[in-house]
Design a protein. Structure first.
Lengths: 357, 274, 267
């Protein structure tokens, strides 16, 4: 008994000491300002130096929290409990948040740097007139492949994935919209299709792909492709850029039949406590130099024309990641199809996954 | 032994916990399970569960949970037994637990590297002239990594019940001419059965709802009930269906508890104390 | 103590090698200047210096340790008393139902637990942050403590308590001098498993945290999309070495002047 009591007391003492150290660090790192700005973002999705820079310039203390999926982020914002001043959802999530009345309108007069953004990325269907969201990063869904492991196949068409020579070689991303969407695209349909027949046709076509499927995975795809564990993967352009940074032998292609164009935008949730600061932060992130530095750090494509001019030519002239406008024509942004339809997509996707084993 | 009042005193936190963090969430889940996407009362979710997809899921979940528990026990029992025979056994036991304190996602990424085509395992096989084989995304890698995760949960209770075993019992058994197997099955195992049962519960039950590993190590070729629930809650946002699967998961758990539970005659304090 | 045979030693060594391989793999790559876990380019300490210059990361680490230790401690206390209560329960079906309820949180997927705790906390009005995370960790660690303590309690010989009672021991004495010392290994097992649960949890913490409070797991999981940095590997390496030193050090310190076998197995 004595030993247990002693151990318990030791634990409490250790905790108190750690707590003290933590307090001390907190005070020495943060500036004394009591005005905080709470940011909710993906992990490693901003250059931390920029946060310190913003703290210095604005006088706010930034509280930075991270999430790993749009859905988890939405649940948290909807449920309340913390007031996030800035969040960075993807476009379909923005549509849903709008529908659920979770966002507040952005005052464009407080964001003069909005003029830096390429008009192509403004006023899109998921948020007309950018009333609720400002573009942060964008990209496509496509095929990343390793030419040295293939015999000359190219992926200008989705059809190439069905090539029998790719048996057990293809990695798929674990997302119903992406994969069913690819099936629809490969048949020439829209990836926003709600037509029962088209969906079934797409699923049937996908089931023919199963011999080629190596695995259906998430973010680990980066490590696997860098490692040359597989020769082909369907993935997001941002992750493809990451992979190609680490393994220069890789290549990326967006098939011609069409694919998805995605956005991560900054929004201000309804529950925000520091609306003024949120506007300041958005404006700060749109500054040409700041955006260029951020793009360098994160490695994704930015929609900021002024920043692109400051960046390395070699990066911004790469049409795989900064496609020309003509090439963007076949790209579609995901529409919010409603929960009912999303359920249908997921059901079909589950059916496909079960057939993969 | 105790009067009602003193008993109640130290049990208060436990009961508060049960009410707030167990009963309340169960009630919530049960409640949600009767609603469809548009918030209407329905029994459809329950009906849906009995379609082929979910039944197949349930069966495969149980099969993998069984495999995982079986192999964990197979490896953990001898380990626990041998650990009790070492000097500094408490230290060795702690060393079994320490790896589990390093973040699981990181260890999983390490396994992706280790099992990779160009990873150390395949390099090792190469030495013996074997070709590179696909280890990742197979049933083998899935079961292996799961066993890896659960092994301390099985070793600890078994170790604890073996440790108190009176060595003279084994000597006596041996002196009486029993073979090692007889000694094990007639003397050691019955005396450690409580530890084994606790270990099985601590492994089998969570195996049913394994989540991340199914994607990272099995490449979604294994889908468990847990995966299905997480999908319903997060991706489809169909809390009704997700809750329904969760209700079934809880029912399965109760059944497992009854099967592996105490045969009540052995339960302590039954009638023994006034 | 009988000597362990060669094959026994080999078996144990194999188990330990397998248990430690992934961790050594992580640590190996924490010295990689290449910045990823694939090709080892050349040796560097840069990821370690990155850990120490990142105050935010260190604060998150401290939070993680505080939550883990405190939640495991409190969960152990509650769980031990809970299991004593369960064992002494005379009503069979009541005991069974309580045990089933006890395990509900073990079988529930993290997302479900996290979401329902979040609903609970916002309904009661608990401010999200340190307190809500601590309470949640205590909550999901209690069942594993009960599972670890229960078998020891069931193994306890009832004559022991009767004897103590006959000798005039008070209820308090019976608890502190008979029951607790006997189930001590179970208590330690429960505590360590609770630590494991707490350190590993991502989903529940994610849902119930707020106001800038974060733990290591939440940080690591949310990095997955853009790639986990080797700083995290280096940090894990440091954690691992420190834990190892602490555990081995504590063991040998507590061994001095005590009986040679077992940290408090017997007393």
């Amino acid at each position: 008994m004595k030993e247990i009591t002693r151990a318990a007391i030791a634990i409490v003492v250790v905790c108190i000491i750690l707590f003290g150290v933590n307090k001390y660090l907190n005070q020495s790192s943060g500036n004394a300002s009591s005005d905080t700005l709470t940011i909710f973002n993906w992990g490693e999705y901003i250059d931390p130096d920029l946060i310190s820079q913003f703290e210095e310039e604005s006088g706010y203390r930034v509280v930075y929290e991270t999430f790993d999926s749009n859905e988890a982020m939405m649940t948290k914002i909807e449920q309340g409990g913390t007031s996030y001043d800035i969040a960075v959802p993807s476009e379909y999530a923005i549509e849903k948040m709008k529908e659920n009345d979770l966002l507040q309108e952005i005052d464009h007069s407080k964001i003069p740097n909005l003029s830096n953004i390429d008009p192509y990325f403004l006023d899109l269907a998921f948020d007309p007139k950018n009333k609720y969201s400002i573009p942060y990063f964008w990209g496509t869904v496509g095929v990343v492949f390793n030419p040295s492991l293939l015999d000359g196949q190219t992926f200008d068409s989705w059809e190439s994935l069905w090539d029998p020579s790719l048996e057990g070689e293809v990695l798929l991303v674990d997302g119903a919209r992406e994969i069913i969407g690819m099936g629809l695209n490969s048949l020439g349909y829209s990836l926003n299709s709600t037509d029962e027949k088209e969906l079934l046709e797409a699923t049937a076509k996908l089931k023919e792909l199963t011999p080629n499927v190596k695995a259906i995975i998430g973010d680990e795809v980066t490590q696997l492709m860098i490692n040359e564990e597989a020769s082909v993967a369907i993935t997001f352009s941002g992750q493809a850029a990451d992979m190609m940074w680490e393994n220069e032998g890789l290549d990326y292609s967006v098939p011609e039949e069409g694919s998805n164009l995605w956005f991560d935008n900054m929004v201000i949730p309804k529950t925000a406590a520091n609306v003024e600061g949120a506007h300041e932060f958005i404006n700060f992130m749109l500054d040409a130099e700041v955006a260029a530095q951020n793009a360098d750090y994160v490695g994704y494509s930015i929609p900021n024309t002024a920043a692109i001019e400051l960046m390395d030519e070699e990066v911004t002239s790469d049409e795989r990641f900064y496609p020309l406008e003509e090439a963007r024509e076949n790209l579609e942004v995901y529409k919010n199809l409603g929960l009912e339809m999303l359920g249908k997509y997921n059901e079909l996707f589950l059916e496909f996954k079960m057939s993969a084993n | 032994m105790q009067t009602k009042t003193t008993k109640a005193f130290y049990l208060i936190p436990y009961y508060v916990w049960i009410v707030l963090f167990v009963v309340a969430p169960i009630a919530l889940i049960a409640y949600y399970s009767f609603f469809d996407l548009s918030g209407n009362f329905t029994l459809d979710n329950y009906q849906n569960f009995f379609t082929s997809v979910y039944l197949k899921l349930t069966l495969s979940s149980f099969w993998y949970a069984f495999l995982i528990t079986f192999f964990t026990l197979l490896i953990a029992y001898p380990t626990a037994y041998l650990l009790t025979k070492t000097r500094h056994k408490q230290l060795w036991l702690l060393l079994i637990i320490i790896p589990s304190w390093i973040n699981l996602l990181l260890k999983t990424y390490a396994f992706i590297g280790i099992f990779g085509l160009y990873g150390p395992v395949n390099a090792f096989l190469n030495v013996f002239g074997l070709e590179e084989t696909q280890i990742l995304f197979t049933d083998f890698s899935f079961v292996f990594v799961s066993v890896y995760i659960f092994i301390p949960f099985m070793i600890l209770p078994i170790f604890n019940s073996l440790d108190k075993l009176n060595p003279s019992l084994m000597d006596a058994s041996r002196d009486l001419g029993a073979s090692s197997w007889t000694t094990f099955s007639k003397v050691i195992l019955p005396l450690t059965i409580n530890g084994v049962k606790a270990g099985i519960q601590a492994v089998f039950i969570p195996s049913l709802s394994l989540f991340m590993i199914t994607r990272l190590i099995a490449g979604n070729k294994v889908i468990t009930l847990g995966t299905a629930i997480e999908q319903q809650f997060l991706v489809t946002q169909n809390w009704g269906m997700g809750s329904t699967i969760a209700v079934f998961l809880i029912i399965f758990m109760v059944i497992i508890m009854i099967i592996t539970g105490q045969r009540d005659k052995g339960a302590y304090a039954n009638g023994k104390n006034k | 103590m009988e000597k362990t045979s060669k094959s026994a030693k080999f078996y144990l060594a194999l188990v330990f090698i397998v248990l430690y391989t992934p961790i050594l793999y992580l640590i190996f790559y924490s010295f990689n200047s290449g910045g990823n876990m694939n090709n080892f380019e050349s040796f560097t300490w840069e990821h370690y210096s990155a850990v120490f210059s990142d105050t935010r990361l260190i604060m998150i680490l401290l939070n993680t340790v505080i939550v883990a230790l405190l939640s495991a401690l409190i969960a152990t206390i509650v769980g031990v008393f809970g299991s004593i209560g369960i064992v002494f329960m005379r009503n069979k079906s009541l005991r069974r139902s309580i045990l089933s309820l006890n395990n509900v949180l073990i079988v529930s997927p993290d997302v479900v637990i996290g979401a329902s705790f979040l609903i609970l906390f916002t309904a009661i009005g608990v401010k999200l942050g340190f307190a809500s995370v601590l309470i949640s960790h205590i909550a999901f660690s209690i069942p594993i403590v009960v599972l670890m303590v229960l078998p020891k309690l069931q193994d306890m010989n009832s004559t022991l308590i009767d004897a103590a009672a006959d000798l005039g021991a008070s209820k308090r004495d019976i608890l502190t001098r008979v029951i607790i010392p006997f189930v001590k290994p179970g208590i330690f097992a429960g505590f360590f498993m609770a630590l494991t649960y707490s350190l590993d949890d991502f989903a529940v913490t994610f849902f119930v945290t707020g106001n800038g409070f974060s733990t290591l797991s939440v940080e690591i999981y949310s990095m997955a999309r853009t790639g986990i940095t080797l700083t995290i590997n280096a940090l894990s390496g440091i954690i691992f070495i420190v834990t190892l030193v602490l555990v081995v050090g504590y063991y040998f310190v507590s061994q001095r002047g005590k009986n040679p076998v077992g940290m408090g197995v017997r007393k």
